[in-house]
Design a protein around this ligand. Structure first.
Ligand code: SAM
Ligand code: SF4
Length: 331
């Protein structure tokens, strides 16, 4: 089991399959993009499956989420999903994507064993999409969402990040859209993980503001889903008009959930991270390519988890952003 010194056990593995992306979301990447990892540094499909297999069969990982960068850009994605779905015990398999190309891939991914999907959608306006993601692809994202629902990847979850002065007026329209289509919306507070270091605490839209914005106008009556707390779930969920439909708010900055964190991350180039905000990585790729045994690789996982800090430290005076941006770590 991957238990750290604070008693938390990691059961949820986030695997970045590529650092590349076909969008340039302002909260994530600079307009010009980034220097992508050279191909030889990226784990091969076999290497990904070996490391995920080890985590699932020996280390208690029960949920595997593929992400990136944009994971749909990874050519071997469907085959990787199929091979991970064949592991025993079979983990739950999910994907976080910007949705571009999902209109073609949703059905094959479902057939390969994908259980759940999160599609990122921050705006319903084509103009705002271009401003925010710097590409004119809103239509592709909406087509991808529809295909995910048709393929049975339900409930389709939608992730939205609000940026002040850009799309912060869209909380209610996004919720209305998701309710109309049967998608589950979750707002995520913007975190200091952009490559260009443009995050400013005073500019970020907080969970409280999002909640207030949703309540404004009285269109939605929101009540906490679980008045006793959110357990280990990062999102605080609210029932809409008494339920069963819900909206989630992930206050990673103002309402951190580090004390209940059950995640560990593997980057596309085979580095293990015990936190999104970790400043240290544990190299798995070098020993893997040098012929390390499962026991040797397992020892690296255990060392990495043992060193997990109690919290991300964003709210500490001396906070330093990790060297790698979100797109390279795997969100
Ligand atoms: N490209 C895929 C996508 O956009 O869904 C997967 C990778 S992306 C890094 C994963 C999630 O992280 C997305 O929902 C995105 O909105 C979110 N994200 C990216 N940068 C963020 C930031 N600085 N703060 C909060 N969320 C962020
Ligand atoms: Fe690409 Fe996702 Fe980052 Fe947007 S948030 S630039 S879609 S990796």
């Amino acid at each position: 089991m991957l238990t750290d010194s604070f008693g938390r056990t990691a059961t949820d593995l986030r695997v970045s399959l590529t650092d590349r992306c076909n969008l340039r979301c302002a909260y994530c990447m600079p307009a010009e993009g980034l220097d992508w990892l050279p191909k030889p540094e990226v784990l091969t499909d076999d290497e990904v499956v070996r490391l995920v297999g080890l985590a699932v069969t020996r280390l208690g990982i029960s949920e595997v989420r593929f992400t990136g960068g944009e994971p749909l850009l990874r050519r071997g994605l469907t085959a990787i999903v199929r091979r991970v779905a064949a592991l025993s015990p079979r983990p739950e398999i999910s994907l976080t994507t910007n949705g571009i190309g999902l209109d073609r891939l949703a059905a094959p991914l479902r057939a390969a064993g994908l259980d759940r999907i999160n599609v990122s959608l921050d705006t319903l306006s084509e103009e705002t999409f271009v401003k925010l993601a710097r590409r004119d692809r809103l239509g592709d994202v909406l087509a991808g969402l529809a295909a995910a629902a048709t393929a049975g990847l339900t409930p389709v979850k939608v992730n939205a990040v609000l940026m002040r002065g850009i799309n912060d007026h869209e909380a209610a329209p996004l919720l209305r859209f998701c309710l109309d289509h049967g998608y589950q919306l979750r707002f995520i507070e913007q975190m200091p993980l952009d490559a260009q270091h443009g995050w400013r605490r005073e500019e970020m839209v907080t969970a409280d503001e999002i909640l207030a914005e949703l309540k404004l106008g009285g269109e939605f009556a929101l009540t906490p889903d679980d008045p006793t707390g959110r357990g280990s779930a990062p999102a605080e969920t609210f029932l809409i008009d008494g339920g069963p439909q819900r909206v989630g708010i992930i206050g990673s900055v103002t309402r951190p959930f580090c004390a209940a964190c059950d995640r560990v991350r593997l980057t596309a180039d085979g580095q293990l991270r015990n936190c999104l905000f970790a400043r240290v990585e544990n190299d798995l790729r070098t020993p893997l390519r040098a012929g390390a045994s499962d026991d040797e690789l397992e020892a690296i996982w255990l060392r990495c988890i043992a060193a997990k800090l109690p919290g991300h430290g964003i709210n500490d005076a001396g906070f330093l952003q990790p060297a790698r941006p979100m797109s390279a770590i795997g969100g």
